[in-house]
Design a protein around this ligand. Structure first.
Ligand code: ATP
Ligand code: MG
Length: 287
C-alpha cells in the first residue's frame, strides 16, 4: 500500500479540516481487521525480534492526538503484538514539579529506548509546543521571562528538529503519528464514556473543557506538523474516526519502515560457530 499520502511534507501548509478522518472507500472493514492487520503484526513480530537481536538501532514511536482519538487502543491492539521486552511504553502527563524544574527535553531523554528497542511515547515533547501553546502555559513556567518571545515556538521547532536529527544520526529513528479524529466522532466517544459504566473510568470532565479548544488545537497541530515533519523524523496523519483503519495504517507504516531498515540476526564468528559444535557434542553425549 502507498502510505506516502499520509506523510506530512516539511514546510507544506496543511489544512486538517480538509484531511479526511475516514478510511478510503476501497478499504473494507472486515478484511482489514481480520486479515490485513493481523498479517502485518505477524511480520512485525519477526522484524522486531531481529532488531532486538541486532542490538544496534532503535525506534521511537510518538503518538499524539486529541482526547479519545484512540492512542490507548493503538498501544493495546497493535503495539502489544510485539514482544513487551523490547517495546517500552511511556506516557507523558502533566509535568511533575521535578520535571518542571528542568528543560522540557529532560524527561524525554530519560525515557528514550535503548538500542534494539522500539520505544512508544504516549504523548511526548510535542505537548510542549501544543498544550503549552494552546493554554499559554509558558507564562506561569519557570522559563526566564526574557526567553519567552514571540518566536519561542519557532525556536522550539528548531530545537526539536535538532534533537530528532541527533537521535537519527546516532541510530535511532523517530516515527510520529497524529491520530486525526473529527470533532463529531470525539463527541460520540466521550458520550460513550459517559453512558457506559465500564468506561466511566476513562471519563474525565476536563476532556469536556478541552473540547472547547478543539479548533485552536487543530491550528496548533497544523503548525507543528508542517514545521517538524522531516525526512529523518516524519509525521504521519492517521485518519482515526474508524479505529480499525488507524490501527491497520500504523501497522502498515511500521512494517514498511522495519522492512526498509532490514534488521538481521547477528552473524556468528568462526569461534562462536565452533563453540556451537562443541556444545552440540556435550549435550548429545548426555542422551
Ligand atoms: P486519554 O485519551 O485516555 O484521555 P491522555 O493521554 O489524554 O489519555 P490523560 O491522563 O487524560 O491522558 O492526560 C494527560 C494530560 O497531560 C493531557 O491533557 C496532556 O495535554 C497533558 N500534558 C502532557 N504533557 C504536558 C506538558 N508538557 N505540559 C502540560 N500538560 C501536559
Ligand atoms: Mg485525556
Amino acid at each position: 500500500m502507498n502510505t506516502e499520502k499520509y506523510r506530512v511534507i516539511h514546510d507544506k501548509p496543511i489544512n486538517l479540516g480538509k484531511f479526511s478522518t475516514r478510511a478510503p472507500k476501497d478499504f473494507e472493514k472486515d478484511i482489514t481487521k481480520k486479515e490485513l492487520t493481523p498479517e502485518n503484526l505477524e511480520v512485525l513480530k519477526v522484524l522486531q525480534e531481529k532488531l532486538y537481536a541486532e542490538n544496534q538501532r532503535g525506534i521511537v514511536i510518538v503518538l499524539q492526538a486529541m482526547d479519545a482519538a484512540g492512542k490507548d487502543g493503538i498501544i493495546k491492539h497493535v503495539l502489544t503484538a510485539l514482544n513487551p521486552q523490547g517495546t517500552p511504553v511511556r506516557a507523558f502527563k502533566q509535568p511533575s514539579n521535578e520535571e518542571l524544574d528542568h528543560d522540557y527535553l529532560w524527561r524525554i531523554n530519560k525515557a528514550l529506548p535503548a538500542r534494539g528497542e522500539i520505544g512508544i511515547f504516549n504523548r511526548s515533547h510535542y505537548e510542549d509546543v501544543i498544550v503549552t501553546r494552546v493554554h499559554n502555559l509558558l507564562e506561569n513556567s519557570n522559563l526566564p521571562e526574557e526567553l519567552i518571545e514571540d518566536d519561542v515556538w519557532k525556536k522550539r521547532y528548531r530545537q526539536i528538529n535538532d534533537f530528532e536529527k541527533y537521535l537519527y544520526e546516532n541510530g535511532f529513528e523517530v516515527l510520529k503519528f497524529f491520530l486525526h479524529v473529527s470533532k463529531e466522532e470525539q463527541r460520540l466517544r466521550l458520550l460513550d464514556r459517559v453512558e457506559r459504566p465500564d468506561k466511566h473510568w476513562k471519563f474525565s470532565y476536563s476532556d469536556i473543557e478541552e473540547r472547547k479548544y478543539f479548533e485552536k488545537y487543530m491550528k496548533t497541530y497544523e503548525s507543528v506538523l508542517k514545521n517538524t515533519s522531516t525526512e529523518y523524523a516524519p509525521w504521519y496523519i492517521l485518519p482515526a474516526d474508524q479505529k480499525w483503519f488507524s490501527r491497520f495504517l500504523i501497522s502498515e507504516i511500521l512494517r514498511q519502515k522495519l522492512e526498509k531498515m532490514n534488521p538481521e540476526f547477528p552473524k556468528l564468528s568462526k569461534e562462536e560457530e565452533s563453540q556451537l559444535g562443541e556444545a552440540r557434542k556435550i549435550l548429545k553425549a548426555e542422551e
